[in-house]
Design a protein around this ligand. Structure first.
Ligand SMILES: [Zn+2]
Length: 207
């Protein structure tokens, strides 16, 4: 996670998006000095040189407000604003430690994950490190991504790539189906783990 923290409050930005690997880390925010009430800016994530997403934030005394745009697979971009409350506990050696309260289960956590439209804790997304479900989810996402890349497009938020010149339509259709099925299954998996109903899953996969 990186951030500008420049103090420029960002209104809805068309560039602010969130994706499955994005997380908000309270310890990192504190270390950067971003927890001051009134602070605002942009948090961004990247993989290698490529920026994979960013969100606007602004701090208040006991909460932070995030805003970004989210697009369910195949759906329309929508503006999302999410308020994350803070909790504070005293440390043994004095001082206070700030925590994030998961907006879904109200557990005190240091990390929230943007695996869907909202940021929730890993218990809610069931992102247990190394769990079979996560490995399966990762494999499905990687498969969907690998097929896109083979067809010349890597950004999962973009429409599915066109058929490359010289590729047979049969091959293209088969790859497209495989990619979309993998993507679909990955969302079903996450939705089920999340304990959300089918409506949520359909919403996430845009059907
Ligand atoms: Zn939670």
């Amino acid at each position: 996670m990186g951030g500008s923290g420049s103090g420029n409050y960002l209104r809805w930005s068309t560039k602010s998006t969130t994706g499955s690997q994005h997380r908000v880390d309270i310890r990192w925010l504190k270390k950067q000095g971003y927890l001051r009430p009134g602070a605002s800016g942009l948090l961004s994530w990247s993989r290698g040189d490529e920026q994979t997403g960013s969100i606007g934030y602004r701090m208040e005394h006991d909460r932070m407000i995030l805003n970004y745009r989210h697009r369910p697979h195949g759906g329309e971009w929508e503006d999302v604003e999410q308020t994350i409350s803070f909790d504070r506990t005293s440390c043994n050696y004095g001082g206070l430690r700030t925590w994030l309260l998961c907006p879904r289960c109200w557990k005190r956590v240091a990390l929230l994950y943007g695996a869907g439209r909202y940021f929730f804790c890993r218990h809610c997304y069931n992102l247990t490190y190394g769990s079979q479900q996560v490995q399966r989810y990762d494999r499905l996402m990687m498969k969907a991504r690998a097929i896109r890349e083979r067809l010349g497009g890597s950004d999962p938020s973009m429409p599915f790539p066109e058929k490359p010149k010289g590729m047979h339509w049969d091959t293209y259709q088969r790859l497209r189906e495989e990619s979309e099925q993998a993507n679909h299954l990955s969302w079903l998996l996450i939705g089920k783990q999340f304990g959300f109903d089918d409506g949520w899953v359909e919403d996430m996969i845009g059907e």
